[in-house]
Write a protein that binds this ligand. Structure first.
Ligand code: ISE
Length: 340
């Protein structure tokens, strides 16, 4: 489904997320067409390219440089985000970059500096929760004073099974980063400190359940539990408590027990779809629609590279805390003019 002057998108990385983005663009974003795809797994790239009528690029760099690609969607593994973002900026291509913006705080700063030097916003960060209708309602409820002055936020973020690439650090930098982005956005109040507690596991094992206690500039206390091997399913919860009441993503319920069927969830030990592509289906559709509309109108929308940088600052403060740093102050930086 695409209009005559559709934005020709090149998609880099065709794992569960990239493949879902290809399908979303094809089925739900009329202003876009998937023109090229790239994945290190050539067979997978060919199969997806054939299905959507897209050419298969020989490399990510070739795809980015191609005159047949107007905009790039990066869903490659996290360690490649920084270099691909820099290549897209150098090629002057609007880019939807999956989170995190980079896997080091210095890398995140390099991406922001390159975009600022170019003088225009080209990157939209893949923080899809900002487009999720329930999260948008939550934010509006808080802004409209539904709960009075906010005192606390409680978040739960559970995955059925950890992605094989997960490390104790990426539980924070890849998973909790969603809350580190969306809580300040929900409250319009930046995070200022973080203390992380990890549930004890055997020596060398993945610290798969971690709880962060954060503070905001406005004095709100935030708790976030991330558990990436929860077995029973994908479960996202956010509650905001204020002086006049509480607002929550889900309705109140009685006692319920939810269990995983066995210790071998997933297919052949591989995570095929972690559950977020269905829970956030609407969010992804709206996110990609807004990205393409922004490109067509020349007015970028949604979370920026600066938002990605702020989330990375919080995530790496959280890593330092978990590694023994106790309560860690999250650096506060002046927002460059480009993002004001
Ligand atoms: C994954 O990359 C996502 O973005 C999901 O939303 C999150 O729940 C999961 O933990 C991440 O690994």
């Amino acid at each position: 489904m695409s209009s005559p002057e559709a934005v020709r998108v090149g998609v880099i990385g065709l794992g569960a997320m990239g493949a879902a983005h290809v399908e979303t663009l094809e089925r739900w974003v009329p202003g876009a067409s998937v023109a090229q795809v790239f994945d290190v797994d050539v067979g997978r790239a060919r199969a997806i390219g054939e299905r959507c009528g897209a050419a298969v690029a020989a490399s990510a760099e070739e795809l980015i440089a191609s005159a047949g690609v107007d905009a790039v969607l990066v869903a490659a593994p996290d360690p490649l985000h920084e270099s691909l973002a820099l290549t897209c900026l150098a090629a002057d291509k609007p880019t939807l970059l999956e989170k995190p913006i980079a896997t080091t705080p210095e890398g995140a700063r390099r991406v922001v500096e390159a975009e600022v030097a170019g003088g225009r916003r080209l990157i939209q960060l893949g923080f899809m929760r900002r487009f999720d209708p329930a999260y948008v309602d939550l934010r509006e409820a808080v802004a409209g004073g539904a709960v009075g002055t906010v005192r606390a936020v409680h978040c739960v973020h559970r995955n059925a099974q950890a992605h094989p690439s997960h490390t104790s650090d990426s539980v924070l930098v890849n998973s909790m980063i969603h809350e580190l982005d969306c809580v300040p956005w929900l409250l319009d109040d930046p995070l200022t400190s973080v203390t992380v507690f990890a549930s004890r596991v055997g020596a060398g094992a993945l610290e798969d359940l971690q709880v962060a206690v954060l503070e905001t500039r406005g004095g709100v206390v935030v708790t976030v539990e991330v558990y990436v091997n929860a077995r029973y399913g994908y479960d996202i919860h956010t509650e905001i408590v204020g002086t006049a009441g509480t607002v929550s993503l889900t309705p109140p319920y009685g006692v319920s027990v939810r269990r995983g069927l066995s210790d071998t969830a997933g297919v052949d030990g591989r995570v095929v779809d972690g559950g977020w592509t269905s829970r956030f289906l609407d969010a992804y559709r709206i996110e990609l629609g807004a990205w393409i509309d922004g490109i067509r109108s020349g007015r970028p929308v949604g979370p920026s590279a600066w938002d990605g940088h702020l989330a990375d600052l919080a995530a790496f403060a959280a890593v330092a805390s978990r590694q023994g740093g106790g309560r860690v102050t999250i650096p506060q930086e002046e927002c460059p003019e480009l993002y004001a």
